[in-house]
Ligand binder design. Structure first.
Ligand code: HEC
Length: 408
C-alpha cells in the first residue's frame, strides 16, 4: 500500500472481491443477522481467520472499536448487529490458567487507561525525559504519558498508517513504522510534524519493529515482506536485505553492547544478525518448532528470546551458538511475547495465560517468579525499559500502558 489515495482504491477493490466471497460457503460462520456484513467487510484488509480466534464480549467491543477507528466501512447503525453476531458466533477459546510462581522480589504493576478507546497500543517506548509513549496502531496516533502527572498527549499520524514500532532518537524525535502503508515515519515532537519515508521496494509493505543503534542508524524488520532494513537518518537512504530463509518473518530487534544488531525470525526457528553491509547471518535453534517472537540482550551480550509457539524462554550464546531453554511457568500454550533484560533479570509476559503475567527469570539462580497483570493485560506485544530501569509495557486489547515498579 503506497499513498493514502491509492490505498482507497485498493480497499474498494478488496471489498468488492470480499463481497463475492460472502456468497460462498463459510460453515464456520453461523447464520444470523450481521453475517453477510461480516463476511464481506471483515475480509477487506486481513484474513477472516482473525475473527474465528474468538474474544470475550468485552474483547469484541474493543475489537469492533478498533476496526471502526481504522475505517472498516460498516455503517454507524450496523455496528451493534455486527458486534452481537461476533459475540454470539465466536466466544473466547479456553486459555491456560496463569501459573503464578512466588519468589523473593517485590513489584508493583501500574496501568494507565489510554484516552482513545480501541487504539490497540502495540509497542511501548520510554523517552529520556521519563515519559511513556505508545503506538496507537488502530487509532492512527502516537501517544505520550507523563507518568508523574498522569497527563496524556496524542499525536495524530496519517490515516491508514497503523503505526507499529517506535523509538526515540538523540534529538528527541520519535521514529515509527507505518505498518499498513510501507513507510518509516519521523515525528518532530516539538512541532508535531510528521515526515514519511516510503520503503523502496513495494514488497516491503509492512515495516514492523524499529530500533536505533549506537551510531544513530535506524534498523527495522518487515515481517510479511521478509526483509530487514537500514535507514540512514542523515540522508534518508534505505537499504533492504532478505534473510536466506524463505518466509523468515523478521520480527523483534535488539542491539548488543558492541553495537551488533540481532533480530528474531518468527517464521522459522532462527535468530539472525545483520551488519552495515546488510549481510545476514542466521543461528539455528535446536527445536525446529521454536518461533522466537521478541528478543532481549543482557549486559553480558547473551541473547534471550520468547518462544511464542512452544512456551519457552530461550538463551542463545552467539559466541558458541549454544542454546539453553526453560519451559515458561504457565506451560506450552502460555505464548511468551514481550521481553526485556533489566535489573539483573529477564522479564517477559505470557500472552496466552489467563490472566496474562509478568514473568521474571533470574539467570544466576535459573529461577522464575511471576505475577498476574492487573486487569488481565491482554497481550503485551512488546516491552521496553524506562530511565529508572523499570520494565514498561503496552496492553494492546486492554488499551493501557503499564509499568512494573521493582522494589529494590
Ligand atoms: C480497513 C482495514 C480493516 C478492515 C476492513 C477490518 N480490519 Fe480488522 N484489522 C485491521 C488491522 C490493520 C489490524 C491490526 C493489524 C494486524 O494485526 O493485522 C486488524 C486486526 C484485527 C483483529 C485482531 C485484533 C487483535 O488485537 O487481536 C481482529 C479480531 C479483527 N481485525 C477483526 C475485524 C472485524 C470483525 C472486521 C469487520 C467488522 C475487520 N477486522 C475489518 C484492519 C481492518
Amino acid at each position: 500500500m503506497k499513498p493514502v489515495g491509492l490505498f482507497g482504491v485498493g480497499l474498494a477493490a478488496a471489498l468488492t472481491a470480499s463481497a463475492a466471497l460472502a456468497q460462498q460457503d463459510h460453515p464456520e460462520f453461523p447464520p444470523g443477522p450481521g453475517r453477510d456484513t461480516v463476511l464481506s467487510i471483515c475480509s477487506g484488509c486481513h484474513d477472516l481467520n482473525r475473527l474465528t480466534a474468538g474474544y470475550t464480549p468485552r474483547g469484541w467491543l474493543t475489537v469492533t472499536n478498533m476496526m471502526r477507528n481504522f475505517g472498516a466501512p460498516v455503517s454507524d447503525g450496523e455496528w451493534d448487529t455486527v458486534r452481537a453476531y461476533l459475540i454470539r458466533s465466536f466466544p473466547e477459546k479456553p486459555r491456560p490458567p496463569a501459573v503464578l510462581v512466588p519468589g523473593p522480589v517485590d513489584v508493583r504493576i501500574m496501568n494507565w487507561p489510554l484516552p482513545t478507546p480501541g487504539s490497540r497500543p502495540h509497542d511501548p517506548m520510554s523517552a529520556r525525559d521519563g515519559s511513556i509513549w505508545w503506538s496507537g496502531q488502530l487509532a492512527n496516533k502516537l501517544g505520550r504519558l507523563d507518568p508523574a502527572t498522569g497527563k496524556f498527549k496524542e499525536y495524530p499520524v496519517n490515516p491508514m498508517s497503523a503505526p507499529h514500532g517506535l523509538v526515540e532518537d538523540r534529538d528527541g524525535n520519535v521514529w515509527f513504522t507505518g505498518n499498513f502503508r510501507g513507510f518509516i515515519g519521523k515525528l518532530d515532537v516539538k512541532s508535531g510534524e510528521i515526515k514519511e519515508i516510503n520503503l523502496p521496494d513495494p514488497r516491503a509493505k509492512d515495516p514492523h519493529t524499529i530500533a536505533i543503534d549506537h551510531n544513530g542508524i535506524v534498523w527495522f524488520s518487515v515481517q510479511a515482506g521478509n526483509f530487514f532494513g537500514r535507514l540512514d537518518p542523515a540522508t534518508g537512504a534505505i537499504k533492504l536485505a532478505t534473510p536466506p530463509t524463505r518466509n523468515a518473518r523478521p520480527y523483534g530487534i535488539a542491539i548488543n553492547s558492541q553495537n551488533v544488531v540481532y533480530f528474531v525470525e518468527f517464521g522459522a526457528a532462527k535468530i539472525a544478525t545483520i551488519d552495515n553491509d546488510m549481510k545476514i547471518q542466521e543461528f539455528q535453534l535446536p527445536d525446529p518448532g521454536a518461533r522466537p517472537r521478541r528478543i532481549a540482550i543482557s549486559p553480558d551480550d547473551m541473547i534471550w528470546y520468547s518462544d511464542y509457539a512452544r512456551g519457552y524462554l530461550g538463551r542463545l550464546d552467539p559466541k558458541t551458538g549454544d542454546v539453553r531453554e526453560w519451559p515458561s511457568p504457565s506451560g506450552p500454550k502460555s505464548l511468551p511475547y514481550g521481553i526485556v533484560s533489566t535489573k539483573g533479570a529477564i522479564w517477559y509476559s505470557e500472552s496466552g495465560a489467563n490472566p496474562n503475567t509478568i514473568v521474571r527469570f533470574d539467570p544466576k539462580t535459573e529461577k522464575f517468579q511471576s505475577w498476574a497483570i492487573p486487569g488481565g493485560g491482554d497481550i503485551v506485544r512488546n516491552m521496553t525499559v524506562d530511565r529508572d530501569s523499570a520494565p514498561i509495557m503496552a496492553n494492546s486489547l486492554e488499551n493501557q500502558v503499564g509499568r512494573v515498579e521493582v522494589k529494590d
